[in-house]
Unconditional design. Structure first.
Length: 329
């Protein structure tokens, strides 16, 4: 009898503890509370950070069939909900799912929410959180299952970083600058990952946002050097997007620009001349294609329609360009 009483007390305590536990994730939704399933068209939005570009969300909503639009992030608020709802009033719902740690990323309820989305947006913030908290969890596998099902996906700033196959993971306390990266492409702020999101059209590419605004050409050449040094590609490629600008890519790899600034496509002709720790970078003749709204780019053929082409080089850590005036941008 005493043993039975102790067992009952233990079960009661366990139930009370479980009842007192709150999920670590947060979920906010506007619009219809009931999910729908709509026909979708695959597509990718790479947004460069800063002020969001309305037309990019409207493009993604249209490709979602006006279904359920889901924003995922590791920190922040549900501020996207009313913004996207205003841009896409015909959509069934807009929701924000905040997934702040590994425990929430492994919660089956989180994966169930992602599995019902017809459009997924990865917010800005810190991409190291996405790698540290979400990689290898049901968040990553369910996200990739939705991408494979043709759900349009997009991201801004840190959200852009994790969409390309090769990822600047930013695991250090601060982001790498161009001057640091040109002086030493293996400096302590340079960390990399790969294969977080499986988007076939972005295979073999590393992405970077805030490009012109934060003067990132030098660090992007160092990114290409590191991709080569890792043995990931013998002719590395990059896509860099400036603030207040987005690249919209359809399933066939045709890219168009919306917003007020520029998008850059970088391709190295081969391996770097000098890519070593504690040694200034030498990487010559990186082909650059720069486009803006009204121009286009074919990611399959790696060719532009409209825009401008030139080359940049790093020689012993010093940038140069074939453009008149020598600007790297």
């Amino acid at each position: 009898m005493k043993r039975l009483l102790l067992l009952l007390l233990a079960l009661t305590a366990a139930s009370a503890a479980t009842a007192g536990k709150h999920p670590t994730y947060s979920y906010f939704r506007v619009g219809n509370s009931a999910d729908v399933s709509t026909p979708v068209q695959a597509g990718v939005v790479l947004m460069g950070g800063g002020t969001d570009v309305d037309a990019a969300f409207q493009w993604q909503c249209a490709r979602s069939g006006n279904g359920d639009f889901l924003v995922i992030r590791a920190t922040g608020t549900d501020a996207y909900n009313p913004y996207i709802r205003d841009l896409c009033p015909a959509g069934n719902s807009v929701a924000t799912l905040i997934i702040p740690d590994l425990a929430s990323a492994n919660d089956p309820a989180v994966a169930a929410i992602i599995a019902k989305a017809e459009a997924i947006w990865i917010a800005g913030g810190d991409q190291s959180n996405y790698i540290n908290f979400w990689k290898g969890t049901p968040v990553q596998s369910t996200l990739n299952a939705r991408v494979a099902a043709g759900v349009p996906v997009g991201g801004t700033s840190a959200g852009l970083n994790v969409l390309t196959q090769f990822v600047y993971s930013a695991l250090a306390a601060q982001g790498a600058t161009s001057s640091q990266s040109l002086a030493d492409p293996f400096n302590r702020y340079m960390s990399f990952d790969r294969d977080f999101v499986n988007l076939p059209i972005l295979q073999g590419i590393i992405g970077d946002p805030h490009f012109v605004t934060r003067d990132r050409m030098g660090r992007d050449l160092a990114f290409l050097c590191r991709v080569a040094a890792n043995g990931w590609s013998s002719a590395p490629r990059g896509i860099a997007v400036d603030e207040m600008t987005a690249l919209l890519v359809d399933a066939q790899g045709h890219g168009t620009v919306v917003g007020s600034s520029t998008v850059y496509f970088l391709k190295a002709p081969g391996l770097p001349q000098t890519c070593k720790a504690k040694t200034p970078l030498t990487y010559q003749n990186i082909a650059v294609n720069r486009i803006r709204a009204g121009d286009g780019f074919d990611l399959v053929l790696w060719s532009r329609s409209g825009g401008t082409g030139y080359a940049v080089s790093a020689n012993a850590g010093v940038l140069s360009s074939t453009q008149a005036g020598g600007s790297a941008y």
